[in-house]
Write a protein that binds this ligand. Structure first.
Ligand SMILES: *[C@@H]1O[C@H](CO)[C@@H](O)[C@H](O)[C@H]1NC(C)=O
Ligand SMILES: *[C@@H]1O[C@H](CO)[C@@H](O)[C@H](O)[C@H]1NC(C)=O
Ligand SMILES: *[C@@H]1O[C@H](CO)[C@@H](O)[C@H](O)[C@H]1NC(C)=O
Ligand SMILES: *[C@H]1O[C@H](CO)[C@@H](O)[C@H](O)[C@H]1NC(C)=O
Length: 342
C-alpha cells in the first residue's frame, strides 16, 4: 500500500498533527479507499503492442467505452473507422484522433437497429481489408419497442445488427493478414437465456432480460462463428468491459432515476465502478495482443481468459441461435455487384 506510506510522509510535514491518532486513522481510511478503487478498476491492457496501419472498425464509438477503445487503438497506430449513429459526436472523436501524431480516423453512418442501414454501411465501405472489427455498440434498458423491420430494440441493435455486419464484412476480414472480430458482451449474459421461440420477448418483456439475452447472444455468436472460421485466419472472441460509470448503461439504469438516489449512489459509483477508459482495456487487449492469435470463440474479462456462465458455453444453443439468426438476416445479406471488392 504505497499510497498509504506516501500519505503518511505528507502528514509528517504537518508536525502538529503527527502525534494525533486521527491523522493515522484518516490516512488508513484513504489508503483503503484507494486500494478498493484501484482493485475495482481492473488491470490495464498489459502490453504496448502496436497495430500500425491496421484498419479498425468500431461500432458505437462516439461516446463511452467505444470512444475510449477508439482513442487507445488510434494511439497504437490503428486507422479507425468510427461506425456511429450520431455523426455529429462521431466527428468530434475523429477530430480528437486526427490531431494525435499519426492519428487517423473517419466517421461513417451506421444505425444498428436497422438491418437496411447495416447493409448500406457495408455496401459503401470502400476498402478491401478490415483487420479489426469491434462490435461494441449497445442499447441499454430501453422500453419495449419494435423496429419497422420487426425486431425488438436490444435484440437487433446489440446482436442481430452486429451479426449481419460481421457476415457482410467477412470477405474483407478474410482478406486481412489476421482479421479479428471482438464482440463486446458483458456480465449481464450470466443471468439470462436465449428465447429462441420469442426472440423479441413479446410474451414477457423486461429491459433487463432483453439486454442480457443480447449479450449472451454475442458470446454464443463468437463461440459458433469461431468454429465456422476455423480454417481461416479470422478469429472471433467476446469481451467483458465490466461495470462502467458515465455511460448510457448507468444513465438509463434504475439507479439513476431520481436526483436523491443519484446523490446517494455517486460516491459508491466513484469507488466501485470503472471509468470508460478502464472499461475499454479488455477490448484493447483482445484487439492488439499478438499471442492471442490462435484463441477463438473465447471470453475475456479483466484482460484475462475467463469462462462465461453456463449458458454462455452451450454449443447446441449457439448453433440453433446462429441458424435462426441467419434466417432473420438472410434477405439483407446480398450486396449489389457495384461493390468492386467482391
Ligand atoms: C435508426 O433506426 C431506427 C429503427 O430502424 C429508427 O427508428 C431511428 O430513427 C434511426 N435513428 C437514426 C439516428 O437514424
Ligand atoms: C440458461 O438457459 C436456460 C434455458 O434457455 C434457462 O432456463 C436458464 O434460466 C438460463 N440460466 C440463467 C442463469 O438464466
Ligand atoms: C493465414 O496466414 C498465414 C500466415 O500469414 C498464411 O500463410 C496463410 O496462407 C493464411 N491462410 C489463409 C486461409 O488465409
Ligand atoms: C480471440 O481468438 C482469436 C483466435 O480465434 C484470436 O486471434 C484473438 O486474438 C483472440 N482474442 C481476441 C480478443 O480477439
Amino acid at each position: 500500500m504505497d499510497q498509504l506510506e506516501d500519505f503518511q510522509k505528507v502528514l509528517q510535514d504537518f508536525s502538529p498533527l503527527l502525534n494525533s491518532y486521527w491523522a493515522y486513522a484518516v490516512g488508513a481510511v484513504l489508503g483503503i479507499l484507494t486500494f478498493i478503487r484501484s482493485y475495482m478498476a481492473g488491470p490495464n491492457c498489459p502490453n504496448e503492442e502496436r497495430i500500425d496501419g491496421k484498419i479498425v472498425i468500431i461500432t458505437g464509438s462516439s461516446s463511452g467505452i467505444g470512444k475510449e477503445t477508439a482513442l487507445e487503438l488510434a494511439r497504437r497506430g490503428g486507422h479507425i473507422i468510427l461506425a456511429v449513429r450520431n455523426e455529429e459526436t462521431g466527428k468530434k472523436v475523429a477530430e480528437e484522433i486526427n490531431t494525435m501524431p499519426d492519428g487517423k480516423a473517419e466517421v461513417k453512418y451506421l444505425n444498428l437497429s436497422s438491418l437496411k442501414s447495416v447493409q448500406q454501411f457495408a455496401q459503401k465501405l470502400e476498402i478491401n481489408e478490415v483487420d479489426i472489427l469491434v462490435n461494441n455498440a449497445g442499447m441499454v434498458f430501453h422500453p419495449y419497442e419494435k423496429t419497422k423491420e420487426g425486431f425488438e430494440m436490444h435484440f437487433v441493435s446489440n446482436y442481430l445488427g452486429h451479426l449481419l455486419l460481421t457476415l457482410l464484412l467477412l470477405p474483407k476480414l478474410k482478406a486481412a493478414k489476421q482479421g479479428r472480430i471482438i464482440n463486446v458482451a458483458g456480465q449481464a449474459h450470466a443471468v439470462s437465456s436465449i428465447h429462441l421461440e420469442d426472440m423479441n420477448l413479446e410474451k414477457d418483456y423486461t429491459a433487463r432480460e432483453a439486454f442480457g439475452q443480447s449479450k449472451l447472444a454475442l458470446i454464443l455468436m463468437a463461440r459458433h462463428m469461431s468454429q465456422i472460421l476455423k480454417e481461416t485466419n479470422v478469429t472471433i472472441n467476446a469481451t467483458n468491459p465490466g461495470l462502467v460509470r458515465g455511460t448510457n448503461h448507468m444513465r438509463r439504469s434504475p439507479i439513476s432515476s431520481t436526483y436523491i438516489i443519484k446523490l446517494i449512489m455517486q460516491p459508491w459509483m466513484w469507488l466501485l465502478l470503472k471509468n470508460p477508459a478502464q472499461g475499454a482495456q479488455t477490448t484493447v487487449y483482445a484487439a492488439v495482443t499478438k499471442e492471442l492469435e490462435h484463441y477463438s470463440g473465447k471470453y475475456f474479462s479483466d484482460c484475462e481468459l475467463k469462462k462465461p456462465s453456463e449458458n454462455g458455453t452451450d454449443d447446441i444453443m449457439a448453433e440453433k441461435l446462429y441458424t435462426k439468426s441467419i434466417s432473420l438476416v438472410k434477405s439483407f445479406m446480398v450486396l449489389r455487384c457495384t461493390d468492386s471488392t467482391s
